[in-house]
Design a protein around this ligand. Structure first.
Ligand SMILES: Cc1ncc(COP(=O)(O)O)c(C=O)c1O
Length: 434
C-alpha cells in the first residue's frame, strides 16, 4: 500500500458506509471496528490478505487468531474439497467428529471427554453450566479483563472499570454470581474464594489474557490457582480458545504443566471453520449424558454441532499439528520470541517506551506500560497504538488495532524482520514528534 490509509483504502471506506446501513456500527463483531473505518477483505492466502482496494498485507490477525497454518493451508483445503461433495451438514454424528475428538483427547491433558458446539461463547456457557451442575454451587470467579465471548453471564468486567456489565440488556441478576478478580494476583483470587467458599463453583481464566492485553499468566500463578481450587473444593477451568493448539499441542495447560478440570476451545481447533468445544474430566463432562438416571446437565451443541466441514477442517489441522508438533511449536515459539524482542528493541533504540507482551506465537505491543494484568494494559497509550497499527497497514502489515497478533507457520523470517523495521521507522517518527 502506498499513501495514507484513507487514500489507499477508499473501497473499504465505501463498503463501510454501506455496511453501516445494514449492520449496527457497520460491523459483525465489536472488535472489528477501529478508526477511521476497518478494512474489508477480499482474499486471503498463506500469510497474506488482500483488501477491497487490492492492497496486500502480511496478516497477523490471522482470522481472529483462528489460523495457525496460515490462510487456506493445503491439508485443510484438501479435506474441505473432499468433504463438500459428501455433504455440508448432517445434523448427526460422523466418523469425522469421533476422529477429531480422539485427536483432541490425545493432545490435551484435561480432555478426557468433550462436547462440540459452534462458537467459543457457547463453549464457555456450557462450561459454566457443567461446573455448577457438578458442584451444586453458584459463584464463578473470573478475571478482570477476561473475555469469554458474548456469553451473557461472563460479559462482565472485560473493560474498565472491570467490575460492571459490558452491556445494556443484561440483567444484574444474570451476573450476580460472577466475580472479577485481578489477573496474576493469587491473593486476590484467595480472598474471593474465601469470601464465598461455600458457594464457589469455579475459577475460570484465560491462561494468556487475550482482550485484556495478551498477558501471559506467571507460572506460579496457575500452580497457585490449582492448589487454591483443590483446597477449597472449587473447580479450575481454562479458557483455551486462543491458547488451545497454539501455545503448545496441549494448549496452555500443556505449556504450563497445570491441568484444569475443564477447558473451552475454539479457533485453531476448527482449522478456520466455526467450532467450539468444551472438554474436561470425565466425571464432570459425563453429567451431560442425557441417559443418566439422575438429573443431567443439558448442554448443546445445537443444530450445527459437529458440522462435517468444521470437523474436516479441524481434523486436518489438529492431525497436522500432532504430526509436526516437534517442529511447529519450537519454530513458532522462536518466531514469537524473536518478534517481541526485535520490536521492543526497535522502540527502545528511539527512546520510545513500548513493551510487547505475549507467549509462543502471540504478541501485542503496548505503549507506555509493560502490563501484568488488564488494569495495567488499559493504562497504555491507545492513540499511539492505533497510530502504530495504521502506520503498519500503510506499509502492508495488518495487526488489528488493540488486539493480539498471531504468527502462523507461513510467516517467514523476512516478514518478521519487516515488522521490526517498520516498527523502528514508526518509533523514529513518534520520537521526533514528542
Ligand atoms: C479467550 C476467548 N474466549 C472466548 C471467545 C469467544 O469465542 P467466539 O468468538 O468463537 O464465540 C474468544 C473469542 O475471541 C476468546 O478470545
Amino acid at each position: 500500500m502506498s499513501g495514507s490509509y484513507l487514500e489507499a483504502t477508499r473501497r473499504s471506506g465505501k463498503l463501510f458506509e454501506r455496511a453501516k446501513k445494514v449492520f449496527a456500527g457497520g460491523v459483525n463483531h465489536n472488535a472489528r471496528f477501529y478508526q477511521p473505518y476497518p478494512l474489508f477483505v477480499n482474499k486471503a492466502k498463506a500469510q497474506h490478505i488482500w483488501d477491497a482496494d487490492g492492497n496486500r498485507y502480511t496478516d497477523y490477525w490471522m482470522g481472529h487468531m483462528a489460523l495457525i497454518l496460515g490462510h487456506s493451508p493445503k491439508p485443510v483445503v484438501d479435506a474441505l474439497r473432499g468433504q463438500i461433495s459428501h455433504g455440508t451438514h448432517y445434523g448427526m454424528g460422523s466418523s469425522l467428529s469421533v476422529e477429531l475428538a480422539e485427536e483432541v483427547q490425545k493432545s490435551v491433558p484435561c480432555a478426557e471427554m468433550m462436547r462440540f458446539c459452534n462458537t467459543g461463547a457457547e463453549a464457555t456457557m456450557y462450561l459454566v453450566r457443567l461446573a455448577r451442575g457438578y458442584t451444586g454451587k453458584r459463584t464463578v470467579i473470573k478475571m478482570a479483563g477476561g473475555w469469554h465471548g458474548y456469553n451473557t453471564e461472563l460479559n462482565k468486567g472485560v473493560h474498565r472499570p472491570f467490575d460492571k456489565s459490558e452491556s445494556a440488556g443484561i440483567l444484574e441478576e444474570e451476573q450476580a454470581f460472577v466475580k472479577n478478580v485481578r489477573f496474576n494476583d493469587l491473593e486476590a483470587a484467595e480472598r474471593a474464594v474465601r469470601e464465598a467458599a461455600e458457594d464457589t463453583a469455579l475459577i475460570f481464566l484465560e491462561p494468556v489474557l487475550g482482550a485484556g492485553g495478551c498477558v501471559p499468566a506467571e507460572p506460579d500463578y496457575l500452580r497457585g490457582l490449582r492448589e487454591l481450587a483443590d483446597k477449597h473444593g472449587v473447580l479450575l477451568a481454562f479458557d483455551e480458545i486462543i491458547t488451545g493448539f497454539r501455545v503448545s499441542l496441549g494448549g496452555a495447560q500443556g505449556f504450563y504443566g497445570v491441568t484444569p478440570d475443564l477447558a473451552s476451545f475454539g479457533k485453531v481447533a476448527g482449522g478456520g471453520l466455526p467450532l467450539g468445544l468444551v472438554a474436561g474430566r470425565k466425571e464432570i463432562v459425563s453429567l451431560a449424558d442425557p441417559n443418566r438416571k439422575e438429573r443431567f446437565v443439558s448442554i448443546g451443541g445445537g443444530t450445527f454441532s459437529e458440522n462435517p466441514l468444521s470437523m474436516a477442517a479441524g481434523l486436518a489441522t489438529v492431525r497436522h499439528l500432532r504430526r509436526h508438533a516437534g517442529s511447529v511449536y519450537p519454530e513458532l515459539d522462536k518466531a514469537g520470541r524473536d518478534a517481541r524482542e526485535a520490536v521492543d528493541r526497535a522502540f527502545a533504540e528511539e527512546g520510545v517506551v513500548a513493551h510487547t507482551t505475549g507467549l509462543g506465537s502471540l504478541f501485542l505491543t503496548h505503549f507506555g506500560v509493560d502490563p501484568k494484568n488488564a488494569e495495567e494494559s488499559a493504562g497504555g497509550d491507545k492513540k499511539a497504538r492505533l497510530d502504530y497499527c495504521l502506520e503498519l497497514m500503510s506499509k502492508g502489515i495488518f495487526i488489528l488495532p488493540g488486539h493480539p497478533g498471531g504468527i502462523s507457520t507461513c510467516h517467514t523470517p523476512q516478514d518478521l524482520k519487516e515488522l521490526a523495521e517498520q516498527s523502528g521507522k514508526f518509533a523514529a517518527r513518534l520520537a521526533k514528534k514528542r
